[in-house]
Design a protein. Structure first.
Length: 328
């Protein structure tokens, strides 16, 4: 009898990743392609990237042996409510030879599952945006923030980039000497850390440069804040401290003071060796000293585990230890 498999997808705005696994925890295939979120790229392009990643991952297995699939996606509710997008995903699923059902879940749930198998807990994600969510019974329950760059995402990469530009503008307005962070911002956006004889001319250039671009591109400046903080820039250090407070406050909105369930940290700002990750981790340990803190891992592998978890013959905790906890 051919070995049963499950398929997991972690679909982002810039990358689509697929993992195929057996029910006993073997990684049987992996695929990668460009961004496959239909909200960001439209149904046609998203479907093409999904097809490429799935085809790659399924190349050494029999797709008909798939028992279940899970697609983790930012804005999962929008896909489920969009007949065109869902039809495109359905078509690709069949075209690559899959006949099993698949479930669409939020990327926050996939991030949580990539850290722990516990059915109840909290996930905090800080990347381009920022969101916290309570997980109950391995489903997303309540969420806080994730409101987008205009209305929220406090402590996110966008928020860090915007704060860096705002501090540079304030220093230019006041005629203060440029900080290291100011110099990095001017170099990145204007090509050099040079202030015009009339500082307001530099202010105007900076504002015009930022406002001509999509607002979310400010997130690209977040690494400058981290670099400056690592070199002792006090302004950058203060921005990161504010970001950490915002992120912990976001968690407080959906997590009780006496809760001891796990907290999983996800997103590029919280999973690397960064001063923001360290500050948030320290603050969470003070706020919830008995809660295990974990770091999110491979989202596609976690999505495959979520697919297998729903099958009656699977020992979910044991499979998580073999498949997810050991994922590179």
């Amino acid at each position: 009898m051919s070995e049963a498999i499950v398929v997991g997808l972690d679909v982002g705005g810039s990358t689509t990743r697929v993992s195929v696994a057996s029910l006993t925890g073997e990684r049987l295939g992996d695929g990668r392609a460009g961004g496959g979120n239909p909200t960001t790229h439209g149904a046609e392009r998203a479907a093409a990237e999904l097809r490429a990643a799935l085809t790659d991952a399924l190349s050494d297995v029999e797709p008909m042996n798939a028992r279940a699939g899970v697609i983790g996606l930012a804005g999962a509710g929008r896909l489920l409510a969009d007949p065109t997008g869902r039809a495109a995903f359905d078509t690709v699923w069949r075209e690559v030879g899959l006949r099993c059902p698949y479930t669409v879940v939020g990327d926050a749930l996939v991030a949580y599952a990539s850290g722990v198998p516990a059915p109840d807990g909290t996930v905090l994600i800080a990347g381009t945006g920022a969101i916290a969510a309570a997980v109950r019974g391995m489903t997303l329950d309540r969420a806080a923030d994730g409101h987008g760059w205009l209305l929220g995402d406090s402590g996110s990469g966008f928020w860090l980039g915007r704060e860096a530009v705002r501090r540079a503008l304030a220093d230019l307005d006041a005629g203060r000497q440029l900080t290291l962070l100011d110099a990095l911002v001017l170099t990145e956006l204007l090509g050099a850390p040079t202030v015009a004889p009339r500082p307001r001319d530099t202010v105007d250039r900076l504002v015009q440069t930022v406002t001509r671009r999509p607002p979310v591109e400010l997130a690209a400046l977040a690494p400058l804040v981290i670099t400056a903080a690592d070199q002792g820039d006090t302004t950058a250090t203060a921005i990161l401290a504010d970001a950490a407070r915002h992120l912990v406050t976001t968690v407080e909105r959906i997590r009780t003071a006496d809760e001891t369930t796990p907290i999983v940290l996800g997103g590029g700002l919280l999973t690397g060796d960064t001063p923001l990750a360290a500050a948030v981790t320290a603050a969470l340990r003070v706020r919830w000293p008995e809660a295990p803190l974990e770091t999110a891992g491979d989202g596609a592998v976690a999505a495959a585990w979520l697919a297998a978890r729903a099958l009656p013959e699977v020992d979910a905790d044991a499979l998580h230890a073999r498949l997810v906890a050991l994922a590179p």
